[in-house]
Design a protein around this ligand. Structure first.
Ligand code: SF4
Ligand code: ZN
Ligand code: ZN
Length: 292
């Protein structure tokens, strides 16, 4: 198998493209896909100040690496969740990566910010709580430090499994909000997903191709979530019919999303913390009270 561009021995075959690439040309292929996504969906403007959320995993690591090649206005942020060895390795990987990318890195410790770390949460839905806390704190830090966009490492498989989940549960409201970006509204900072068209498997290969040392272990609290089942089902479809995942997201954005009702969400400031919420007190403040 030879690279379709330079004819050197190939590193990977991209079945939906009917092409093979060496490491160098695979990296170029992924980078140009991300660049096209950014341009097509107008994710980044020249004067943006972008905070890139980096966990130490393959997706966010690849994201930081690519954005730092394409733009000067990026700063990395890592939340230390206090999950023992997993968090220690994650922090080390992120430090190494930010040096490789020559990007400023901000590290915040959850324990210092809210008074507890993730293992101390005794709620049944720990992952749900962790997700909410991470979203809230990233937004708060971005707002307080003058960033106007938060870039996250959501890939194509993440987005599709979320769409499937919404379809199965009939959650039209959530479905109508799905997309590669959200707008900034007051203290709610817009989020962008430059890896929107990148397969999860491509992110692992990209990291290997360019030499990014990401954390391979999974969080000890991660349970076989529903999303993982949907991802496997989508993999099966992709295996039988290469390119199905890309067709799915393209037809969702072009044909399905425009048919969904657009509901303007009314936001006001939380009575306790002052950040944006749809009710009197935001979910983060309610959650922290329950945990404490
Ligand atoms: Fe947090 Fe769950 Fe992810 Fe672990 S698996 S980092 S607890 S959301
Ligand atoms: Zn090549
Ligand atoms: Zn609040």
């Amino acid at each position: 198998m030879k690279c379709s561009v330079c004819k050197k021995p190939a590193f990977v075959k991209v079945r939906y493209m009917k092409k093979s690439y060496c490491k160098e040309h695979f990296a170029q292929f992924i980078e140009s896909k991300v660049k096209n996504t950014i341009e097509k969906f107008k994710l980044i403007d020249e004067d943006d100040k972008i905070l890139v959320a980096v966990s130490g995993g393959k997706d966010s690591s690849a994201l930081l690496y690519i954005l730092s090649k394409l733009f000067n206005n990026v700063v990395a942020i890592h939340l230390d969740l206090g999950i023992g060895e997993f968090s220690r390795k994650s922090k080390e990987a992120v430090k190494e990566l930010s040096k490789l990318c020559n990007v400023e890195l901000k590290i915040y410790k959850l324990k210092d910010m809210v008074g507890f770390s993730i293992p101390e949460i005794k709620l049944e839905r720990r992952c749900g709580a962790c997700g909410l806390i991470k979203r809230y704190l990233l937004n708060k830090i971005a707002y307080e430090e003058g960033f106007n966009k938060i870039a996250v490492g959501h890939n194509l498989d993440d987005e599709l499994s979320f769409i499937v989940n919404c379809l199965i549960s009939g959650d039209i409201k959530q479905l109508s909000r799905i997309g590669p970006k959200t707008q900034t509204k007051g203290k709610l900072i817009g989020r962008i997903k430059p890896l929107y068209k990148c397969y999860e498997s491509e992110m692992k290969l990209y990291c290997d191709a360019v030499g990014i040392n990401y954390v391979k272990e999974i969080c000890p609290f991660s349970k076989g979530a529903k999303q993982a089942v949907y991802k496997k089902a989508l993999d099966l479809i992709e295996e039988k019919s290469p390119g199905s995942k890309l067709s799915f997201i393209n037809s969702f954005i072009k044909k399905i999303k425009p048919l969904l009702p657009k509901e303007e969400v009314k936001l006001n400031e939380c009575k306790e913390c002052g950040f944006m919420t749809t009710s009197d007190v935001c979910s983060f403040c309610k959650l922290v009270k329950r945990i404490k």
